[in-house]
Design a protein around this ligand. Structure first.
Ligand code: MN
Length: 231
C-alpha cells in the first residue's frame, strides 16, 4: 500500500543551542488567562474554569519570518504568549507531577483575526476562523526546561515597530502552567509534541502591513514577526 499523495512534512520548532527539532503534534491555546486582558475584551476575569481553543500544527511560523497579511480580515491582532512544549504525554496529570511533562518553553504570538473572532463570539460560533488560520502561530525556538528551569515569573513584553504595546509579568497568569496542564489532561490525553499557548496579557491591538512585531519573555529571548502585503 502507498499514500495517495505525499503526506505533509512534520511541523517542527528548533531547540535552542542544538540542531534538534521539536516535532509539533497539536497547539492548545488558553483563552483569557490574564485579568486585565479579560477586562479589555469585555469579560469578567473571575476565576472561572479556563477554556481552550486550538490551532493546527502547521500554523506554526518560525522566528524572523515575514508573513502575508491574512485574508478576510481588517483587524489582525498580536497576542504575546508563553508557550509550553509537552515532552511526555499523560492523562489526569496531577498538579504535583505537571512540570515533569514539560520539555521546554518558547515565546509565541497568538495571531488573531479579531473581527472574525468577535463576530463568532457574538453569534455563539466556533473561534477557528478568527484563531486557527494559516500562519497564525509564530513560535520562537524552544528552550529546554533542563537549561532554563520552569519560569513562573518574569517580564513578558511585546513591541510593534519598537513601541511597547504589552508589558506584564508571567506571575499574573490567572491559571498557572501546572494548573493548565492538569486541567487539559483531564479532558484530553496530552501527547509529546503538544504545544500550549498560555494566554495573553492586556494591550492587544492591530498589526498592519510593514509592521515588525517583537515578543520578549525574560530568559526565553525574542520572537520577531514582520507583516507583509496581502498574498
Ligand atoms: Mn491568545
Amino acid at each position: 500500500m502507498s499514500y495517495v499523495f505525499s503526506p505533509a512534512p512534520v511541523t517542527t520548532v528548533p531547540v535552542v543551542g542544538t540542531s534538534d527539532l521539536f516535532p509539533v503534534r497539536r497547539i492548545f491555546c488558553v483563552g483569557r488567562n490574564y485579568a486585565a486582558h479579560a477586562r479589555e475584551m469585555g469579560r469578567d476575569p473571575d476565576r472561572e474554569p479556563p477554556f481552550f481553543f486550538t490551532k493546527p500544527a502547521d500554523a506554526v511560523v518560525a522566528d524572523e519570518a515575514t508573513i502575508p497579511y491574512p485574508p478576510e480580515t481588517e483587524n489582525l491582532h498580536y497576542e504575546a504568549e508563553l508557550v509550553v512544549a509537552i515532552g511526555r504525554g499523560g492523562v489526569n496529570i496531577t498538579l504535583e507531577n505537571a512540570l515533569a511533562h514539560i520539555y521546554g518553553y518558547a515565546v509565541g504570538n497568538d495571531l488573531t483575526r479579531r473581527d472574525l473572532q468577535l463576530k463568532a463570539r457574538e453569534q455563539g460560533r466556533p473561534w477557528d476562523w478568527g484563531k486557527a488560520f494559516d500562519r497564525s502561530a509564530p513560535i520562537a525556538p524552544i528552550h529546554p526546561a533542563s537549561s532554563v528551569g520552569h519560569p513562573s515569573s518574569g517580564s513578558i513584553r511585546l513591541t510593534v515597530n519598537g513601541e511597547v504595546k504589552q508589558d506584564a509579568d508571567l506571575q499574573e497568569l490567572i491559571w498557572s502552567v501546572p494548573e493548565i496542564i492538569s486541567i487539559l489532561s483531564h479532558s484530553m490525553a496530552l501527547q509529546p509534541g503538544d504545544l500550549i499557548m498560555t494566554g495573553t496579557p492586556a494591550g492587544v491591538g492591530p498589526l498592519v502591513e510593514g509592521d515588525v512585531c517583537v515578543v520578549t519573555i525574560e530568559g526565553l529571548g525574542d520572537l520577531t514577526t514582520t507583516i507583509g502585503p496581502r498574498s
